[in-house]
Write a new protein. Structure first.
Length: 345
């Protein structure tokens, strides 16, 4: 029986050494040390031995069992470690691989132009003011020196909702509202927003478009202040060597009224397709706030004067980016919009 025991031990240790996975080793454990294994059998068979041999044999079986167990546990630690290492190896992440590009959205070209203009004027101390798109005839026309029946109302074909309410045709009603609210105090605002006119849509017209209006009211505000402000604006938006020129024009709410041209940013003034061979590009309308407009809003036009200007971000974006059809801004074709990446401004 002793020889049988030694044989069993040798066999078990061999199998332990051979086991190359945790599962195989577990099988070895069950085969040799389990309830139905040979060592347990031997212990059960002890009863048949003569009484004086039992303690010696019992001790021997225990020694063998302990040794097999110790070896098994040692090998188990080793195999488990190997298994973990293999798993880590196979799941290694190569952190040096370049990442997959993430598609990001970007601001609409009109939003960019509006924000660029806003930022510029904010840096000069202006505040942004907004007003309703559904507007009273009073603020859209009357308070701007355009009484009912005034022929200049025809310059801005309108969408009326009732006789006294319409979709605003320009951002100038925000001027009128702000002046009324400020009760005679100085003002320095920029008003961006959507406006509506009863136009047939084509490459250069849209029934809904964007405007930005500027208004400054204070003591001793003169035409030269307007010219200086517009010159800074032109240089910041279109390049440092831009010249401006003011041409006489007419708006009922300003007197005198002007239109501002900038020297062509493409040809520098020599004549090209952008400036239609004139060397100049028309950008905006402006003028000194008409005394009637000041007085209607409760200002003393002898004490305070002001200038105002209004422009169309669509036109500025079209010129800046060479866009040939205004409708591109509204149809939201991603192929068009994705060309205006953040780095462009
Ligand atoms: N509101 C005018 C327009 O829509 C533009 C403008 C604004 C002109 C302010 C002068 C002063 O045509």
């Amino acid at each position: 029986m002793e020889a049988q025991l030694q044989e069993l031990k040798t066999q078990a240790l061999e199998k332990i050494a051979e086991a190359s996975t945790v599962k195989e080793l577990n099988d070895v454990r069950v085969a040799y040390l389990g309830k139905k294994g040979p060592i347990t059998d031997l212990l059960k068979g002890m009863g048949k031995l003569p009484a004086e041999e039992r303690p010696k044999m019992g001790a021997l079986v225990n020694v063998v069992r302990e040794e097999v167990t110790t070896q098994l546990e040692a090998r188990m630690v080793l195999l488990e470690e190997e298994a973990i290492n293999a798993k880590l190896q196979s799941e290694t992440i190569d952190i040096t691989l370049p990442g997959r590009p993430v598609k990001t959205g970007n601001a609409h070209p009109l939003t960019r132009v509006v924000e660029e203009i806003e930022d510029l004027f904010i840096s000069m101390g202006y505040e942004v003011a907004e007003g309703p798109e559904v507007e009273k005839d009073y603020y859209n026309f009357e308070a701007l020196n355009l009484p009912k029946g005034h022929p200049a109302r025809d310059m801005q074909d309108s969408f009326y909702i009732t006789e006294d309410v319409l979709l605003r045709t320009h951002t100038s009603p925000v001027q009128a509202r702000t002046m009324e609210a400020k009760g005679g105090e100085p003002i320095k605002i920029i008003c961006p927003g959507k406006v509506y006119r009863r136009d047939s849509d084509d490459a250069t017209h849209s029934h809904q478009f964007t405007q930005i209006e500027g208004l400054v009211i204070g003591e001793d505000i003169r035409m030269s202040d307007l010219k200086g402000t517009l010159s800074v604006f032109a240089k910041k938006m279109f390049g440092d060597d831009r010249e401006i020129r003011l041409r006489p024009s007419f708006f009922p709410f300003t007197e005198p009224s002007v239109e501002m041209d900038i020297s062509c940013f493409k040809c520098g003034g020599s004549g090209c397709n952008v400036c239609k061979k004139t060397g100049w590009i028309e950008i905006l309308g402006a003028g000194m706030v008409h005394p009637n407009v000041l007085e209607m809003a409760g200002y003393d036009s002898k004490r305070l004067t002001g200038f105002a200007f209004g422009m169309g971000p669509e036109r500025i974006a079209m010129l800046k980016y060479g866009v040939e059809d205004i409708r591109h801004f509204y149809t939201n074709d991603v192929r068009f919009l994705s060309q205006f990446q953040r780095t462009e401004l």
